[in-house]
Design a protein around this ligand. Structure first.
Ligand code: DQA
Length: 143
């Protein structure tokens, strides 16, 4: 399968950003883990990160045009208020899984609301970098 892995705002700061919550791994470290898993399982993974909502929407639409089989998305804080990302995920053919490194439901009230998860086939939260791999497994088994 061909997966597009999309990370939203501030996730380029992993490793620096609140390591007690988000861990010590950088986004490059996480992407390496995902790429290794993908290779071992005959999948392809391509990676995109942006701090801008419009660029994330463009990446979701590109995944459609480029015939990706699935989207693994951590929308960062956009999770909690971006109806535009919700609409983009709803518009495209590839199914998406929403990932959160942290256990968002155990944190501040505003993090318990996801406006993007209803446009995804499921949400995985609280398993750190493994969440991205669990998302790929979930989409693989759904096929
Ligand atoms: C996050 C959780 C969000 O609430 C936060 O804004 C992030 C990261 C996570 O991966 O745990 O940027 O999506």
């Amino acid at each position: 399968m061909k997966f597009k892995v999309i990370n939203g705002p501030n996730l380029n700061f992993l490793g620096i950003r609140e390591p007690d919550i988000y861990g010590q791994l950088t986004l490059a470290d996480i992407n390496d883990k995902i790429a290794t898993f993908a290779k071992e399982n005959d999948h392809e993974a391509s990676f995109f990160q942006s701090n801008s909502e419009g660029e994330i929407i463009d990446a979701i639409q590109a995944a459609h045009h480029e015939n990706f089989d699935g989207i693994i998305i951590n929308p960062g804080a956009y999770t909690h208020y971006s109806y535009a990302i919700h609409d983009a995920l709803k518009s495209v053919t590839p199914p998406a899984v929403e990932i959160h490194l942290s256990a968002v439901h155990t944190r501040e009230e505003f993090r318990k609301i996801s406006v993007t998860a209803p446009a995804c086939v499921g949400q995985i939260s609280g398993f750190g970098a493994d969440g991205y791999i669990l998302g790929m497994i979930a989409l693989e088994r759904r096929q």
